[in-house]
Write a protein that binds this ligand. Structure first.
Ligand code: SF4
Length: 350
């Protein structure tokens, strides 16, 4: 019977160490392998010259290297770059690189598709296919990091805000996160990593208990249940009261950044009443609200706010003492909203 081989980039340092120790190799062997894979970016076990011959053979017999196939790369006028990747089962995911000054942020996908169907997001339109493995998540990060290195730049920040709901693929995302943060691995600083969720309250509580040290971002987009039910159907399962009890727990346990994403949509969620509700909801939290003017996706009928509406909403928030930043929409000319490139590929337009 053929032995099942494991994807080496799905291994955390701890799991690889345990695997190699059980096979009789010393404690430091896993560190050496991590060093080759993530620091020296070597993808052949036989080229890992400081490993014993026996270990190299063992690795080759028990592990393999997966990779992503680039299908399309599109650069926006504002500098962001979108990558469409094919996976081994011929499904597609996207990653986006967002350069801003000295900061280079990659936005990672965590699933093929998404089952939550938020009514502003192209990712939900094609339904859910499957979870990504830890290696498929890590490979996106490595691809973009290598892309930057070839241009003498460095990957500095990672956000889980691409296709999929990270907390719906909790175990694999946490493993990928540990590999990305690992000092012997990719070693991205904890404070430079943010996980975004549509509001899976039980997973937020579990994440608070892990206390990993990375930031949390909540896709909020509405300040009352009746509106949020429309734009984010997940709210019917975890309404705002439940979501905020989980968020308050995270905020108490973990002193890391907590942001709320709020897409401003004309005639929908930017009234004075919304400001007053927001103020009440975030009271006592250590937070920031990211305001994002709606970036049109052809499948939805929402209207972007006018500059007058944006100005008025910001003024109200300021008057009520609600902390916010206004984010420029990025990559509009390259289908910058999450899932749009994949949707076009599926529609045969790429
Ligand atoms: S915003 Fe996130 S959770 Fe909502 S449909 Fe898109 S990928 Fe899924």
């Amino acid at each position: 019977m053929l032995k099942q081989r494991h994807d080496i980039k799905s291994q955390t340092l701890a799991s690889l160490r345990q695997h190699l120790q059980e096979a009789g190799y010393p404690d430091y062997a896993a560190r050496q392998v991590f060093n080759w894979v993530y620091k020296k970016r070597e993808e052949s076990f036989f080229s890992m010259t400081n490993l014993s011959r026996s270990l190299r053979h063992y690795l080759k017999d028990n592990f393999y290297f997966s990779s992503l196939r680039l299908v399309k790369e599109r650069q926006s006028r504002d500098g962001s770059v979108k990558f469409l990747f094919a996976l081994e089962d011929k499904t597609y995911i996207e990653s986006v690189l967002i350069p801003e000054g000295k900061r280079n942020t990659v936005c990672l996908s965590s699933q093929v598709g998404c089952r939550f169907g938020c009514r502003f997001c192209a990712s939900g339109l094609l339904g859910f296919k499957r979870n990504l493995t830890p290696a498929e998540i890590v490979n996106q990060c490595l691809y973009v990091s290598d892309w930057l290195k070839r241009r003498e730049a460095k990957l500095t920040n990672v956000v889980f805000m691409g296709i999929g709901e990270p907390f719906d693929n909790y175990g694999n995302v946490i493993k990928a996160l540990r590999i990305i943060l690992e000092p012997q691995g990719m070693y991205i600083g904890k404070r430079k990593v943010v996980i975004s969720t549509c509001g899976l309250a039980p997973a937020i509580k579990a994440f608070a208990a892990e206390n990993i040290g990375v930031g949390l971002s909540i896709s909020l987009h509405a300040a009352k249940d009746s509106l949020r039910n429309i734009i984010m159907p997940v709210n019917k399962i975890y309404p705002l009261s439940e979501l905020f009890s989980a968020v308050r727990l995270f905020n108490r346990r973990c002193k890391y950044s907590l942001t709320f994403e709020y897409i401003m949509i004309s005639n929908f969620n930017i009234s004075k009443e919304d400001v007053l509700r927001l103020k009440k909801m975030v009271k006592g939290l250590n937070y920031k609200i990211n305001l994002i003017p709606y970036n049109p996706v052809s499948s939805f009928n929402w209207q972007p706010p006018s500059s007058g509406e944006i100005f008025r909403f910001c003024r109200w928030l300021k008057e009520e003492g609600v902390f916010f930043t206004l984010r420029r929409p990025r990559g509009q000319d390259i289908e910058g909203a999450c899932g749009q490139l994949r949707l076009r590929q599926k529609q045969g337009k790429i």
